[in-house]
Design a protein around this ligand. Structure first.
Ligand code: ADP
Ligand code: MG
Length: 727
């Protein structure tokens, strides 16, 4: 492949308008451009598309992108066209004339990305013409569809290998957001890319807020919640069509712009409703899980599960559809044990193994829902990642349940697991600890063990909860060979040698709640401290909606939500300033910029606002860029170390910049970072100091507070103080 030598970062800004690559995007792109095969495993919203879009644009010839869903293709092609990139798709919806046009453009070498469904690709005449085309590389999106072990197997995907043989040697990139190790291997084998460089990142989605509520007064809570999120897009999932209709009706009578979506509706109505959601004529879509796969709306701000889902896998996928743009989004689930009973009934015609597996998935779901432990830790542990800190951004972190600390109970569990030879599951170990009787206990004479009955004073639910938390703490692990069995992890073995007290969370008691209790609760994350101007943001959104309508593109293809938020923070009033906004490149400024600039100008004038740009005109241009960059990054909760690395500056230099931003009157919320680096007690101490101190001079503070505190800590807390109180 002939790749032109390019400055990738420059291209990123020029074409996509982004300031920097996310995570490992650049490494992946380099790997493709070097002509190597790549296998990419990153969660939904991580930005996988860009990994093949950018190299396709800078390479000679056309890249083929295989994607399973027509809706998904159209979405991406629209977005690329809005950026001024020549991208096309080939699928069954095209007329003959359109088809001819696409072929011509590809053969002329003008098309940079050609999206195809695998079934269109195997059509004889398509293959023939592609053999004549100059192809740069082959990208296979949603690659888990190749594997029978995945949760979304598509037989057409099996044809890809044949296509590869016909089209001849070229680099391959396969991408997916869901692949257990087994599925991963299967994909690589099938595509014969076992040698590919594997790129994978954590499945954590730090911008998603997880909350589980007991199912009581649900409809009222949802209405109240949606009303507090004016103009925001959201999805509500229900398990049945009937429920979808019922919830939809309820929202409608409460003046919420909602639409239903389920397989019982006419396909045309379904399309219309989906389009209305994408174009923001409807805010909320109430749907069965048939909806969402392939919906690439980046600014879905909430996903609500009205009914309890049947597996954590499905749940994680569905919640993953929110907040793709990296901004905060809420994932709220309503839990009821009755839902689980209903779900069990669906399985009664299945084979014994299938039924066991389904029941097991439901148990995991129920354990997740009732647990008082940090939700993110439980979810990530379920997908095989150990995290050693609570996230601070789920309802269990926000409103913790009662805690207890113990060393003894941990040791008892570990002993019970070891003495029964690490061959049993949680339920059995609990029986041993409680001194219960069951077949195995009798057969293996486990009642003779010292540990038998030692934990009688606690309930079975208590022990189950402790054991599950020990799995999240990675003291116990699942035995891959024996279904359901748990054993000691290496960390667990160390623990036995050198034990220490551990803190556990009590499970939720959902039984004793009343409807009234629940009705009064506020659900969702609290989003305070955001720097942007809400009034202007609403005006910009309205303008975006109009522009979208005129152009026929979805609103987010015009400007993304975070770009609008940034405009409502920094008030760009010239083309140059607008081009500095993240997500806005020169192309977009030309095409859509003017009305937005006019709107902001008028707003700034009427409200007598001093903008960042006014403040920084006095200093040099590059300094202003840096400030805006820093404001943006902090808004998106990027760690300060990462900002320093990108900008090649020291933490002290960065703090200089942040301080100067604050002193010129912009509020910055550094809580996400402060939580990580300063203990709560220390935070409080410093904060109180600044509340009462005569001046905010750091040197004075260092003396007053004693040498227990570092300059960096004090400066961080001073910024917090300035932003919250002084500004
Ligand atoms: P995935 O396919 O991994 O689920 P997408 O490719 O759909 O994710 O990207 C999710 C969102 O992230 C999109 O809205 C995209 O525009 C945005 N995005 C991707 N890369 C960047 C970047 N480097 N900077 C800012 N936003 C980005
Ligand atoms: Mg994708």
């Amino acid at each position: 492949m002939l790749a032109v030598e390019v400055n990738l970062r420059k291209k990123l800004k020029e074409i996509f308008g982004y300031q920097s690559f996310r995570g490992i995007q650049e490494d992946i792109i380099q790997n493709i451009l070097a002509g190597n095969d790549s296998f990419v495993l990153m969660p939904t919203g991580a930005g996988k598309s860009l990994c093949y879009q950018l190299p396709a644009i800078v390479s000679e010839g056309t890249a083929i992108v295989i994607s399973p869903l027509i809706a998904l293709m159209k979405n991406q092609v629209d977005q690329l066209n809005a950026l001024g990139v020549n991208a096309q798709f080939l699928n069954s919806t095209l007329s003959k004339a359109e088809m001819t046009k696409v072929r011509k453009s590809v053969l002329a070498g003008e098309t940079k990305l050609l999206y195809v469904a695998p079934e269109s690709l195997t059509k004889e005449n398509n293959l023939e013409f592609l053999q004549k085309a100059n192809l740069s590389f082959l990208a296979i999106d949603e690659a888990h569809c190749i594997s029978e072990w995945g949760h979304d197997f598509r037989p057409e995907y099996r044809r890809i290998r044949y296509i590869m043989e016909i089209l001849g040697e070229m680099p391959i990139i396969a991408l997916t957001a869901t692949a257990t190790p087994k599925v991963q291997l299967d994909i690589q084998k099938n595509l014969m890319i076992e040698h590919a460089t594997v790129f994978s990142t954590s499945f954590n989605r730090p911008n998603l807020y997880y909350e589980v509520r007991p199912k009581a007064a649900v409809k009222k809570q949802i209405v109240k919640y949606i009303k507090s999120r004016k103009n925001e897009s959201g999805i509500i999932y229900c398990l049945s069509r009937k429920k979808v209709e019922e919830v939809y009706e309820f929202l409608k009578v409460n003046d919420i712009k909602a639409l239903p979506y389920h397989a019982g509706l006419d396909s045309q109505v379904r399309m219309q409703n989906q389009d209305a959601f994408l174009s923001e004529e409807a805010d909320v879509i109430v749907a069965t899980i048939a909806f969402g796969m392939g919906i690439d709306k980046p600014d879905v701000r909430f996903v609500i599960h009205y009914d309890t889902p049947k597996s954590l896998e499905g749940y994680y996928q569905e919640t993953g559809r929110s907040g793709r743009d990296g901004l905060e989004a809420d994932c709220i689930m309503f839990y009821s044990p009755h839902d689980l009973v209903k779900l069990e009934k669906f399985n009664k015609d299945k084979s014994v193994t299938e039924r066991d597996n389904a029941r097991h998935l439901l148990q995991e779901m129920s354990a997740y829902a009732t647990s008082g432990m940090c939700r993110r830790r439980i979810l990530l542990s379920y997908f095989g990642e150990t995290v050693d800190k609570d996230c601070g951004f789920c309802n269990n972190c926000k409103v913790p349940t009662e805690k207890f600390t113990t060393k003894e109970q941990v040791l008892w569990v570990l002993e019970a697991v070891m003495k029964t030879e690490q061959r049993f599951g949680i339920n059995h170990i609990v029986d041993v600890l409680r001194g219960e009787r069951n077949g195995y206990i009798n057969t293996y004479e486990q009642d003779k063990l010292d540990i038998y009955g030692k934990g009688k004073e606690f309930t079975g639910a208590h022990w189950t909860s402790v054991m599950r938390q020990m799995m999240v703490y990675n003291l116990l692990e699942k035995d891959a060979e024996v279904f359901g069995a748990v054993r000691l992890s290496p960390k667990g073995l160390d623990y036995v040698q050198d034990p220490y007290a551990l803190t556990f969370s009590k499970d939720h008691d959902y039984e004793n709640l009343t409807e009234q209790d629940e009705e009064d609760k506020d659900i969702g994350s609290t989003r305070d401290g955001q720097a942007f101007d809400k009034v202007l943001l609403d005006m910009l959104k309205e303008l975006r909606r109009k522009t979208a309508k005129q152009t026929g593109y979805p609103p987010y293809a015009i400007f993304q939500e975070f770009s609008l938020e940034e405009m409502a923070t920094t008030y760009p009033t010239t083309e140059e300033e607008l081009a500095q906004i993240n997500g806005v490149g020169p192309g977009k400024v030309k095409r859509y910029g003017m009305p937005f600039i006019e709107l902001i100008k008028k707003y700034v004038k009427e409200n007598d606002i001093e903008t960042v740009w006014d403040v920084v005109v006095k200093s040099t241009a590059s300094k202003s860029k840096l400030k805006i960059f820093v404001i943006q990054q902090i808004d998106r909760k990027v760690d300060l170390e990462d900002i320093c690395e990108v900008k090649n500056m020291s933490i002290s230099e960065l703090l200089d910049t942040i301080e100067s931003i604050c002193y010129s009157g912009t509020r910055l919320n550094l809580d996400y970072y402060i939580e990580q680096v300063i203990d709560e007690d220390r935070q409080q101490e410093i904060y109180e100091y600044f509340m009462t101190a005569e001046s905010d001079n750091i040197q004075v503070a260092l003396v007053d507070l004693g040498d227990d505190y570092s300059e960096e800590e004090l400066r961080l807390m001073r910024i917090k103080f300035l932003s919250e109180i002084a500004n």
